[in-house]
Design a protein around this ligand. Structure first.
Ligand code: ADP
Ligand code: AMP
Length: 213
């Protein structure tokens, strides 16, 4: 099963993608996580991506498409995957479609996690992430068992550099301009489903599994 998660930054794509990956035993593929891992490891790709990420801008399509296609070509993606944060532009979606068509494959489900802008800033300022294992929490809604510490691996949680309020506002603007048109793109293909992302994490997941079966 190949799934795309759409939605504004902070809508809960990653949270749901992790639950989907666990339930359906497919890899969670997040371009944001791949960029952050490269930044942490000081690679050339990380240095290049950071320039854009710190400003709340999208990393150029050329770079992003290459890392995504390399990732989904790996053995563990053979039986499907859940994409989180890709595609974010129409050209990215087109390249993905073409690459899949060459393999006689297609995206099975696109899930748009719908959260109004006014909820987003609160979501992002409360987000805490584990720099080691990638787990995500929210200080009010989805807190770790011990404040500031990852339940999974015991590392200290951090506020992402790009979750500062002024960067969040920029990311929202970029989302509306460049990513939101994908909702229409996938609706026209007949694969779009929308879930209300303002519900509790488990209720959103219930809506997601009703769609995926
Ligand atoms: P995205 O991957 O779309 O950027 P995340 O999954 O990281 O978003 O979620 C953003 C923040 O909102 C995180 O702090 C996360 O713990 C929290 N969150 C996710 N889903 C919900 C929900 N249904 N209700 C409340 N908070 C949520
Ligand atoms: P995310 O973790 O999905 O919120 O992504 C964090 C940042 O990484 C984004 O704000 C972009 O700068 C960059 N990024 C992640 N995925 C993409 C993508 N598909 N296209 C362009 N930039 C991306």
């Amino acid at each position: 099963m190949k799934i795309i998660m759409l939605g504004a930054p902070g809508a809960g794509k990653g949270t749901q993608a992790k639950l989907i990956a666990e339930r359906y035993q497919i890899p969670h593929v997040s371009t944001g996580d791949i960029f952050r891992a490269n930044i942490k490891n000081g690679t050339e790709l990380g240095r290049e991506a950071k320039k854009y990420m710190d400003q709340g801008l999208l990393v150029p399509d050329e770079l992003t498409v290459k890392i995504l296609l390399d990732r989904v070509a790996q053995e563990d993606c053979r039986n499907g995957y859940v994409l989180d944060g890709f595609p974010r532009t129409i050209p990215q979606a087109q390249v993905l479609d073409e690459a899949l068509a060459k393999l006689n494959e297609k995206i099975d489900h696109v899930i748009d996690v719908d959260v109004p802008d006014e909820n987003i800033v609160r979501r992002m300022s409360g987000r805490r992430a584990c720099p080691k294992c990638g787990a995500t929490y929210h200080i009010e809604h989805i807190p770790p068992k011990k404040e500031g510490i990852c339940d999974g691996c015991g590392s200290e949680l951090v506020l992402r550099d790009d979750d500062r309020e002024e960067t969040v506002l920029n990311r929202l603007k970029v989302y509306h301009e460049q990513t939101q048109p994908l909702i229409d793109f996938y609706a026209k293909k007949g694969v779009l489903n929308t879930v209300d992302g303002t519900m509790d994490m488990q209720d959103v997941f219930k809506a997601v599994t009703d769609i995926l079966g």
